[in-house]
Design a protein around this ligand. Structure first.
Ligand code: GDP
Ligand code: IMO
Ligand code: MG
Length: 421
């Protein structure tokens, strides 16, 4: 029986998952998203075109592969429709290739209103969510009040009305003002639109597919440090972004998981509030943002930038059982004289070598410096052809983490990718 491979982010999201899933899809029959929702923005570039996917898996552009939106995902029918219609306009008909799990929870219009109202109520302690209703939808799931995709063929309106009534009580208590008429009309239209896709028991489909020797690539959203259990809580998203989330979100037993590909940027970024030990508030941070175009794919917000944090990376590798690393955006560091990597932290004179419970302002990174390679690596296509300084950087990461760097990305395009044997 085949196993399912997993690809997921090891930092705070936006590592480049979309690009790599697209590159790896030819090796698989099925690509399945396992958690998150339209808080994700996965960018793909090929043939001079750029696409940003939010709910639709990133395998959608490669031939006739089946793409599955798994049960662990939260789906906003309105945003899904916008995304699917935009793809159809650019010549990609998804109706035969995109399956949706009955168990995926629906993001209601009131979930989005709640997300905004709850954030506003938090004032300066706000999480800086994407405002897509993610937290309130997962809250309803766990409190057993959610409305699922499979319900649209059942007692849908009753479930919707009950959820809406509860949400409105909370919205009123938060003093929110809103008008639902237009939002609801659009939402119910979009639910009708959903019905043209195959709505399936995805856990059965995926397990049957493995039994029939079809291979699956599981696509994560967000990143390990945004995981609701292991990330920098409460500044996290509301789902399990770690590898175990693929088992839960797709109904795959742990022993059905094969390779786990962990993606990281050659430096580090974060969007929204929360701790970030290697964040740079200086000119270097600004340079990383400018050269790396570090602005959110979904919200357009500035991403906070800093050096690669190997302590955090090792923590993520441990949590996910990463078997192969994928280093992205290596080209962004082309012009830096010196590149720094955090190898440990220090707090009040004490050296800390693991990712601690408390990540506060007193936690200081200890850096190791590397000379920059000071040349354009965007056109390199074989590992042997990289400058020695670049190879030292990669090999240091492999040595520290004990995991091979299997893929290196040197630009946003599909072809700007080096796969090592
Ligand atoms: P995701 O959420 O993990 O899929 O990542 P995003 O799409 O949010 O952000 C990654 C950004 O980096 C996108 O704009 C990509 O086009 C871009 N990108 C991906 N890989 C590379 C790379 O190797 N070099 C450069 N310069 N940009 C890249
Ligand atoms: P991809 O899949 C980066 C962040 C938000 C916020 C926190 C909670 O593109 O890597 P939420 O809306 O989920 O309740 O917000 O998580 N966040 C992301 N940051 N990339 C993402 O997705 C993210 N999805 C959520 O900025 O700090
Ligand atoms: Mg993104």
């Amino acid at each position: 029986m085949k196993k399912a491979d997993v690809i997921l982010g090891l930092q705070w999201g936006d590592e480049g998952k979309g690009k790599v899933v697209d590159v790896l899809t030819p090796n698989y029959q099925i690509v399945a998203r396992f958690q998150g929702g339209p808080n994700a923005g996965h960018t793909l570039e090929f043939e001079g075109e750029k696409y940003v996917l939010r709910s639709i898996p990133s395998g959608i552009f490669q031939g006739d592969k089946i793409n599955v939106i798994g049960g662990g995902v939260v789906l906003d029918p309105v945003l899904f429709r916008e995304e699917a219609e935009a793809l159809a306009r650019s010549g990609h008909d998804l109706t035969k290739r995109l399956y949706i799990s009955k168990k995926a929870h629906l993001i209601l219009p009131t979930h989005r209103l709640l997300d905004a109202a709850l954030e506003a109520a938090k004032g300066s302690g706000k999480i800086g969510t994407t405002g897509r209703g993610i937290g309130p939808t997962y809250t309803d799931k766990v409190s057993r009040n959610g409305v699922r995709v499979g319900d649209i063929f059942l007692d849908f309106k009753a479930k919707y009305d009950r959820a809406k009534a509860r949400h409105e009580t909370t919205l009123r208590s938060l003093g929110a003002t809103y008008d639902l008429t237009e939002l609801e009309a659009k939402w119910f239209d979009a639910v009708e639109y959903l019905k043209q896709f195959r709505i399936i028991d995805s856990e059965q489909f995926l397990n049957d597919s493995l039994a029939a020797d079809n291979s699956i690539l599981c696509e994560g959203a967000q990143g390990t440090l945004l995981d609701v259990d292991f990330g920098s809580y409460p500044f996290v998203t509301s789902s399990n972004t770690v590898c175990a989330g693929a088992c839960i979100g797709l109904g795959l037993a742990p022993n059905r998981i094969g390779n786990v590909f962990g993606i990281f940027k050659a430096y580090c970024t974060r969007v929204g509030s929360g701790p970030f030990p290697t964040e740079l508030h200086d000119e270097t941070g600004k340079r990383l943002r400018d050269i790396g175009h570090e602005y959110g794919a979904v919200t357009g917000r500035e991403r906070r930038c800093g050096w690669l944090d190997l302590v955090a990376l090792k923590y993520s590798i441990m949590l996910n059982g990463v078997t192969g690393l994928i280093m992205m955006k290596s080209d962004v560091l082309n012009d830096f004289d010196t590149i720094r990597v955090c190898t440990a932290y220090e707090r009040d004179g004490e050296r800390i070598e693991y990712f601690p419970y408390e990540v506060d302002d007193r936690l200081r990174p200890i850096y190791r410096e590397f000379p920059g390679w000071k040349q354009d690596i965007n056109r390199v296509r074989r590992y042997e052809d990289f400058p020695a300084a670049f190879k030292s950087y990669v090999e240091f990461i492999e040595q520290e983490t004990g995991v091979p760097v299997k893929i290196i990305s040197v630009g946003p395009d599909r072809h700007e990718t080096i796969v090592r044997d």
